[in-house]
Design a protein around this ligand. Structure first.
Ligand code: ATP
Length: 430
C-alpha cells in the first residue's frame, strides 16, 4: 500500500528548515519501507504572510507493509517533535498521512494553496473528507502545506539538491569556494541555474540564515545537478545531501485572471492597459493597469533593481501582460510584478524644436518664442511632434535571479517564455 507523508512549518528565521527534517526522515524511513521516487519540495503561494522564506512544504511517498505503518508514523511524529523550532510564534507544524491514491479533491486543494489563500479549517475539512490523518502542533497551520504537498500534481518539475551543514556550524558564515562555483556553473549552465549572479559576481547557492542548508543547487537535469554539486569545493564538512523533485521554477503558481477578480495573496497573470505615467516612491516604481473589469496598482520594488528601468519605459495606453503576486502595500492592493510582456505599445512622441528656417541653426526657447543661436531669428514657439523608438521589445522582461520567486520560471529555461503567454492564448487573449 502507498503511504504519503506531508510535513510543513517546522522552521523559523532562528533555525531549522523543513527540507532538513524531510531529508532526515526520507533517509530514516527508507530503512523501513520502499520510497516511491524522490522526496518532493513543494513551494506554495509565495504571497502569504506566514511564510518563513519560500513557503516550502515537503512530501514523500512509500510503498509500505500494513504492519510497519505505525512505526513509520511514530518516527515522523518523533522527528517533528524533536526538531521543530517550537519557540517561535510563527512556527506551527503540521503533519499529514494519507494512504492510497491521491484523490481529485486533494489535487484541487493543492492548486488553491498554490495560488490563493486558504484557511486551517478548510484544510481540516478536506483532510476529513478524503480521510487523511493529520496532526497539528500549536496552531497547526502546517497542515495546509502538508496536505497540499501530498496532493500536488507535479506534472512539471525541476530538481534541487540541498546539502546540509554539521550542527556545530549552524549560524556561522558558510564556507564555500567561490571560484569553484563559477567553474561548476560555466560547466552546467543552463542545466543548472541560479548558481550565481554574473553581474554582481556573487554566489547564489548559499543561503544567509541560521538554517542547516549549506547550498542548494537547482536544475532541470538530475545528473547535472549532482555533478555540479560534486564540482563545488567546500571549506567546511557537508553533513549529508538530498536531491528533491520540486515545482520550483515551473510558473505553476500563475493563472489567468481578470483585474477585477484579483484578491489579496493571489498569484496571477493579467492583461491590461497602462493608465497613467509611472511614479516612484522611495526606490520603488509604480503604475496602474486596467482592463474592462477593474484597475490595480502594479509595483516593481527596489530589490528588482534594473528590471525597474524597463518598467519606467511603459507609457499610458500600452497594453501589457503582467505576472505577479497580489499584496497590500500602504493599504492599497498591489500587483507585485514578476514578469511583463509588452503586447501593444503606443507611439512615443517627443516634441522637438525646429531648425532655424533662415540659416538652419539651432533654436533656443525664450518663453513663448524660439530664437536662433546663430543668426538671432525669432519666431513663435511651435514644436514639431517626432516619433521616437520605444526601447521595449515584444519579449518577456523578468526580475533578476535574487529577486525572483522560487516558483517563477527563468526565461533561460525551456518554456520560460511560453508558460505566461500560453495562459493568455488559452483564453484567446494573445
Ligand atoms: P521554508 O521555506 O524554510 O520551509 P517557509 O517559507 O516554507 O519556510 P513555513 O514555515 O512553512 O514557511 O510557513 C508557511 C505556512 O503557511 C505553513 O504553515 C503553511 O501550511 C501555510 N500555507 C501555505 N500555503 C498557504 C496558503 N495558500 N494559504 C494559507 N496558508 C498557507
Amino acid at each position: 500500500m502507498r503511504l504519503h507523508i506531508g510535513i510543513d512549518d517546522t522552521d523559523s528565521p532562528n533555525g531549522m528548515c523543513t527540507t532538513y527534517l524531510g531529508a532526515l526522515l526520507y533517509r530514516e524511513l527508507s530503512r523501513l519501507a520502499e520510497p516511491i521516487d524522490l522526496p518532493r519540495l513543494i513551494r506554495l503561494n509565495p504571497n502569504i504572510p506566514y511564510k518563513t522564506r519560500g513557503n516550502g512544504a515537503v512530501a514523500m511517498t512509500f510503498e509500505v507493509d500494513e504492519e510497519t505503518i505505525p512505526e513509520i508514523k511514530d518516527t515522523v511524529l518523533f522527528y517533528v517533535n524533536q526538531l521543530s523550532d517550537f519557540t517561535h510564534e510563527n512556527t506551527n507544524p503540521g503533519v499529514v498521512f494519507f494512504e492510497g491514491n491521491t484523490p481529485e479533491e486533494l489535487r484541487e486543494f493543492s492548486l488553491r494553496a498554490l495560488r490563493e489563500h486558504v484557511t486551517i479549517e478548510e484544510a481540516e475539512r478536506i483532510a476529513r473528507e478524503v480521510e487523511a490523518e493529520y496532526f497539528k502542533f500549536k496552531v497547526g497551520r502546517g497542515i495546509i502545506g502538508s496536505l497540499a504537498a501530498i496532493g500536488y500534481p507535479l506534472e512539471r518539475f525541476t530538481y534541487e539538491l540541498l546539502a546540509y551543514r554539521e550542527p556545530d556550524n549552524w549560524g556561522t558564515q558558510r564556507r564555500v569556494d567561490k571560484e569553484s562555483v563559477f567553474l561548476a556553473d560555466s560547466w552546467s549552465y543552463p542545466f543548472t541555474y541560479d548558481n550565481l549572479d554574473p553581474y554582481k559576481r556573487s554566489v547564489l547557492i548559499t543561503p544567509h540564515g541560521k538554517d542547516p542548508v549549506l547550498v542548494g543547487i537547482r536544475g532541470i537535469d538530475r545528473g547535472r545537478v549532482i555533478q555540479t554539486f560534486e564540482r563545488v569545493k567546500f571549506k567546511e564538512p557537508v553533513a549529508f545531501y538530498q536531491l528533491f523533485k520540486t515545482n520550483q521554477n515551473t510558473d505553476d503558481h500563475l493563472t489567468y485572471k481578470k483585474i477585477g477578480e484579483l484578491k489579496l495573496y493571489d498569484s496571477a497573470v493579467v492583461r491590461g492597459t497602462v493608465v497613467k505615467p509611472y511614479w516612484e516612491r522611495g526606490r520603488h516604481v509604480f503604475f496602474e493597469l486596467e482592463d474592462e473589469t477593474g484597475r490595480i496598482r502594479v509595483a516593481a520594488f527596489e530589490p528588482t533593481k534594473k528590471f525597474r528601468n524597463y518598467v519606467r519605459k511603459l507609457l499610458p495606453g500600452d497594453e501589457i501582460i503582467a505576472a505577479g503576486g497580489v499584496k497590500e502595500h500602504e493599504g492599497v492592493l498591489t500587483l507585485n510584478l514578476e514578469k511583463f510582456y509588452p503586447v501593444k505599445l503606443v507611439p512615443r512622441i517627443e516634441y522637438q524644436k525646429p531648425k532655424c528656417p533662415k540659416c538652419g541653426g539651432t533654436m533656443k526657447s525664450k518663453g513663448d518664442y524660439l530664437k536662433c543661436k546663430r543668426c538671432g531669428h525669432k519666431m513663435p514657439k511651435k514644436l514639431i511632434p517626432v516619433e521616437v523608438p520605444r526601447e521595449l521589445e515584444r519579449k518577456i522582461y523578468e526580475v533578476p535571479p535574487d529577486a525572483r520567486k522560487h516558483l517563477s520560471r527563468p526565461l533561460v529555461l525551456p518554456g520560460g517564455e511560453e508558460r505566461v503567454l500560453e495562459l493568455l492564448q488559452a483564453k484567446g487573449l494573445k
